[in-house]
Design a protein around this ligand. Structure first.
Ligand code: CMP
Length: 147
């Protein structure tokens, strides 16, 4: 069954100029980029997006990181999109990704367990929440429909 998932290139990925390379890998892996836009998150939006991590020790650092520059958010579409995108990006800790998943996107452009370059929804339910977070609620951003 065709699914949609939310993919995001985080500020380190955008500032490090990895966007084109990541989009190339996405298309080569059979995903359709259904929607995409550049967004600059503020602290409140980031706290809402990552609400499930609000009690974690790294939460304030995560907010600082995610608001440090623009992100590229995309709705990816394909069969089994949620799990396949998670597999393509690799483990959360980019240092681990470099060892165990050398062909993953996080191995290519991530730095550590925080600055891991990309995001992917962890379930179909998260995907629906995250897609509407960026593409319904934040409608003041300029939106581009690719396909
Ligand atoms: P992601 O899994 O996409 O969503 C939660 C984010 O929190 C994660 O990517 C990292 O950017 C960050 N994160 C997760 N674990 C840690 C950690 N141990 N230390 C710092 N940041 C983390």
């Amino acid at each position: 069954e065709r699914e949609k998932t939310l993919a995001m290139v985080k500020p380190d990925g955008v500032l490090g100029n990895y966007t084109d390379e990541i989009k190339r890998v996405i298309l080569e892996s059979g995903f359709n980029i259904f929607k995409e836009k550049i967004s600059q998150l503020d602290e409140e939006q980031t706290a809402t997006f990552y609400a499930e991590h609000s009690s974690k020790s790294f939460f304030s650092s995560l907010i600082k990181y995610m608001t440090s520059g623009p992100v590229l958010v995309m709705v990816l579409e394909k069969e089994n999109a949620v799990a396949d995108w998670r597999a393509l990006i690799g483990p959360t800790d980019a240092r681990k990704a470099k060892n165990t998943h050398p062909h993953s996107i996080r191995a290519m452009c991530g730095l550590d367990s925080e600055k891991n370059c990309v995001h992917g929804s962890d379930s179909l339910q998260s995907a629906q929440r995250e897609i509407s977070f960026f593409f319904n609620e934040m409608s003041s951003d300029e939106e581009v429909t690719t396909h």
